[in-house]
Design a protein around this ligand. Structure first.
Ligand SMILES: Nc1ncnc2c1ncn2[C@@H]1O[C@H](COP(=O)(O)OP(=O)(O)OP(=O)(O)O)[C@@H](O)[C@H]1O
Length: 365
């Protein structure tokens, strides 16, 4: 489905004195989408969100909301409420009053705003706490009050800055589905800043990955996970094995790269721009797409001799850590069933192999 553009960043730069926190940024947020912005600490996620909220002015460029420039519109004139990690609820107001607050500021009559607030408290399943002081609520309940307080004004877009990071793991997962469902049901555009890959990838329609003030990649979780565009993204997500070498041969459908770990092939169609012979190329293969065998497989295009250096179990899957003769670490992730029968003692010699179609070329940054 083609969605309309709600927000656009056009050549937006943010400097703090001599330091550039956000470098020339061009991207769009679609109406009704759940967009996550992720990246490591200090990469400019919060600054981007604060510019959208009107808490920081861009040093250069234009931010548009529904086509209109909003660079110089004060926060209170924008329809862009924000939910913070700290939640910033008013401690001197009870739950209902916290939710009613923005409606009161907008001059809505008492009876109407009470009804609206209670509708949202009911929707967030916290109506029974309406008369409580916010200090008497659990972390998850406070989180729901903060959401109700922002959504009661029925904004077009909601900005969320690490709203779940103070919650414990189980509650985090529960709140993720509350947020995702809420976004789907209301159709309100959510822009969600997080450094957590699992939060971004489980909730968002599209993810923006940032590094040092630059957008490295924008795409659906599947697109980014399956084909990281830059080496930074591949490293950051940590789910790909990465190989770099010289291009031996390249065509529209197949590229052969000579790497320290041997000759590797990728392709099978859909190569964006094939590199040229002699270029340096980096290719990735997801740890879930690699296979292990005791004897050298016949007919496989990519075969790397390795030895086992460790194993890690997470739920139903295991990650086997391996090392090539050159000391390059390779990971293979499989279910326990798939690994059954393979000798995985430390030092065991094995072969890693995968199909050329499971490799991707990375545009080296
Ligand atoms: N008001 C400010 N004055 C000077 N530098 C700032 C200011 N606000 C942010 N920065 C700097 O800009 C960079 C980006 O900060 P920002 O808060 O956007 O990062 P972030 O990606 O949200 O990080 P985190 O995940 O740690 O919150 C950081 O290096 C930060 O120190």
């Amino acid at each position: 489905m083609q969605r309309d553009t709600l927000v656009s960043f056009e050549g937006v730069i943010k400097r703090f004195g001599g330091f550039t926190a956000v470098q020339k940024m061009d991207f769009e947020i679609k109406k009704g989408e759940f967009l996550a912005i992720m990246g490591s600490s200090g990469c400019g996620k919060t600054t981007t969100l604060r510019m959208l909220a009107g808490l920081e002015a861009p040093s250069e460029g234009t931010i548009r909301l529904s086509g209109k420039p909003i660079n110089h519109l004060p926060t209170w004139q924008r329809d862009t409420p924000m939910v913070w990690q700290s939640l910033a609820l008013f401690p001197f107001l009870n739950v209902r009053e916290n939710v009613e607050f923005a409606l009161k500021m907008r001059g809505m009559a008492k009876a109407e705003r009470r009804q609206r607030a209670e509708q949202w408290l009911d929707r967030m399943q916290i109506l029974e706490f309406a008369d409580r002081n916010v200090a008497q609520l659990s972390g998850g309940q406070r989180q729901r009050v903060a959401l109700a307080r922002s959504l009661v004004v029925e904004p077009e877009i909601l900005l969320l800055d690490e709203p779940l990071s103070a919650l414990d793991a189980a509650l985090k997962v529960r709140m993720q589905s509350v947020l995702k469902n809420l976004q789907r049901e209301t159709g309100i555009t959510f822009v969600y800043v997080t450094h957590s890959q699992s939060e971004a990838f489980s909730m968002a329609d599209r993810v923006v990955i940032m590094s040092r003030g630059v957008i490295e990649q924008i795409g659906t979780p599947q697109e980014i996970y399956g084909a990281p565009r830059t080496r930074f993204v591949a490293d950051f997500l940590g789910s790909s094995n990465i190989f770099t070498g010289k291009v031996l041969a390249a065509s529209q459908s197949m590229v052969e790269v000579e790497t320290p770990d041997g000759r590797l092939a990728l392709g099978g169609g859909n190569l964006p721009i094939p590199p040229r012979q002699g270029d340096t190329a980096t290719l990735t293969v997801l740890d879930t797409k690699t296979h292990l065998s005791v004897s050298r497989p016949t007919g496989a295009a990519n075969i790397v001799p390795v030895r086992v250096i460790g194993e890690e179990f997470v739920g139903a899957t295991a990650t086997v850590y391996l090392e090539t003769a050159k000391g390059h670490e390779i990971r293979v992730q499989k279910s326990h069933d798939e690994l059954a029968g393979l000798p995985l003692d430390i030092g065991q010699e094995l072969f890693v192999h995968w199909a050329p179609t499971d490799s991707h070329l990375v545009a080296e940054a």
